[in-house]
Design a protein around this ligand. Structure first.
Ligand code: MLT
Ligand code: MN
Ligand code: ZN
Length: 305
């Protein structure tokens, strides 16, 4: 059995965000909004035998590991359950945690697309920086549908699914998309046959992505914004959710409409921005999700595959 554990369910900035006084951030600090703080975007896949694959390494990874004792099996004086890291993109909220893992005892296996490895070797040179610490053992992911496994998690078949979202603002390909700037991950437990699809950044549900979502028992997808103009309306950004590579939940063709078409038994929103009203457990938007059978991920949520 594969365990999918949500290490961090918030988008970049976390919840509450350090400099934000939106209704949610201010309300959760003061206790006037019923909501739970969340760390930045990451999940881990476990085999039930102390081995964990981290998918996206968030800047909050040290706090996430402290609240996930299973990832520290303590078999030797220096130990970790982490056997590798898979990256969905090169966004700061998904890669900065690699810096926090620099005390690793050997080169850390990192699986990412060639486009992401290129950003992490040039514009944000983590591979060079970390070569002076543990080192990163980067492996370029096939984008042609070939499955891979990360040893010793041999019962978990993973497939990178290229999809449309956005490369990070610092990337030379922010406005000139390369295939592989963003991927989703098909996760199949070879024993149970159960399948999940994880895509924390998803701008547009292309036909092949809809097929992926339709074939999954569990979908964990982009829950960044409720409205496309959410950040604009608050005066926090000049960009829409779509400009930032995220499909909003509400409105025609929004994520709720997409999820309504799927037979999946668990439909979960993840990578939730702190401005999103679904974080308020008493909000009408949260009630609307419940009416559609859609869950909101929280830190520590676990799903068995
Ligand atoms: C995004 O997905 O757009 C990011 O969360 C932005 C960021 O990390 O600042
Ligand atoms: Mn993000
Ligand atoms: Zn906020």
């Amino acid at each position: 059995m594969t365990i999918l554990r949500v290490l961090g369910s918030a988008a970049g900035g976390g919840f509450p965000q350090w400099n934000c006084n939106c209704r949610n951030c201010d309300g959760v600090r003061r206790g006037t909004v019923r909501a739970t703080p969340r760390t930045q975007s990451s999940i881990a896949l476990g085999d039930g035998q102390h081995n964990w694959l981290v998918v996206n390494a968030s800047p909050d990874i040290l706090a996430q590991l402290r609240s996930s004792p299973a990832l520290q099996p303590a078999r030797t004086p220096r130990d970790t359950g982490i056997v590798g890291v898979v990256l969905m993109d090169a966004q700061i909220d998904h890669v900065t945690g690699l810096l926090m893992l620099r005390e690793h005892r050997q080169a850390l296996p990192v699986y990412a697309s060639a486009a992401v490895i290129s950003d992490l070797s040039t514009a944000f040179p983590l591979t060079r920086m970390l070569s002076h610490y543990c080192g990163l053992d980067t492996r370029a992911l096939a984008l042609d549908g070939t499955a891979f496994s990360v040893p010793p998690l041999d019962d978990v078949a993973l497939t990178a699914i290229p999809l449309e979202s956005k490369a990070p603002p610092y990337s030379p390909s922010r406005n000139a998309r390369r295939v592989g700037d963003n991927i989703g991950l098909r996760i199949v437990d070879r024993k149970s046959g159960r399948r999940a699809f994880y895509a924390p950044g998803l701008a547009r549900v292309e036909p092949h992505v809809l097929d992926e979502m339709g074939a999954a028992d569990v979908v964990l997808v982009d829950g960044t914004c409720w409205r496309n103009d959410e950040m604009l309306a608050l005066g926090f950004s000049t960009k829409t959710a779509a400009d930032m590579g995220h499909l909003a939940q509400s409105g025609p063709g929004g994520m709720i409409d997409v999820l309504d078409q799927l037979p999946a038994t668990r439909k979960v929103l993840i990578h939730i921005n702190n401005t999103n009203p679904i974080l308020d457990e008493d909000s009408p938007q949260r009630r609307e999700l419940e009416a559609h059978g859609i869950e909101v991920a929280y830190d520590g949520m676990e799903i068995s595959l």
